[in-house]
Design a protein around this ligand. Sequence first.
Ligand code: ZN
Length: 368
Amino acid sequence: MTISRSPTPDLSSLTIKDGGSADEKKKKGEADSFVRRDLYEERQTLESGIGVFATVVIPSGTRIFCEESVVMLPDAAGQLELYQAVKALSGGKSQMYWNLAGSTKPSKDVGWIDTLRSSCEEDATENFNTLVEEHEQAWSIYETNRFICRSLDGPKTSLGVFPASARINHSCSPNVFHRYSPTIDRLTVHALREIQPGEELVTSYIDICHPTAVRRQILKHWGFRCRCAACDSPDDEEDHRRKKIEDLYTKLKGLEKKRASSTKEKGYEKFMNLVTRVIKLLEKEGMEESDTLGVAYKTAVRVGMILGTTDRERLVEWAEKAVGIEAKCLGEDSKEYIAATRLLEAARQSQLDRMDETKITNSSSLLD
Ligand SMILES: [Zn+2]
């Protein structure tokens, strides 16, 4: 789900997902798709259309959805490409697509209508109007339900529609975490904590570190006002903490970029302070198990190792926490989990090296 899109269409890279046999998938190294319908049911909500509700206790870290897209397009694709992709869907998938809610307003960019008119035989009659309306409805569903899908390497981004996962409503205090995993070409949804029967499964469509006013503004894209506890009764202190996390996080990223700076020790101290503050704030906001914190830990370990910190034990501890968080939020087949385990290996190795160095120093001092 995203707001950004570019108007340049690129028909050559249009992809329509249409299954494939189990053997074909195995050959391509793809995972099986599944949705754990034994764990949840879809139900009408009071204000947010259909929602997804737990029917049993869902343990923390459970993969509830591992879903294949029905449509995936480059982020530059427009109304015409989308319509072609949707029209090419087989019966069941087409129905799943059209059953989704579309809540965005028609786009102000209407250049595609002229292109459509010149490319089809319909003249300016009722049929053509219906065709335009169908395009607009398909686009509205796409804009409301699409998820960002980042490729494994490089900045290439696509947008995909995953009909079962698209039913999960938004909350700024989510209990599930979603992300497209390029290693298995699936959207995965994991429980962030133990979820009780009857509880609605909610994910965050946006960066939860934004303060209330900013979150409201961004959420307008989906045409609803969030009714989560954080939005319904915004608390200045909480907003301040979220804003602080956002600022500190930006600073962390900046520091990592400047990691080659000559003031190593000073930079490291500053960095340690920042990480500790981010962690404390995330915990206060009940985000201690979030992917944001996983990223903070990983950044901390990377910079700590580059700067040559002496506190290797702490780096190992952070790396272990990152591994745990990535396993829970994204699963052991995700690139994030694999990166965290590599970081943990490196941190452990660096701890061993440091112990050896200490031994050598100690023995030399004994010889002196
Ligand atoms: Zn909210």
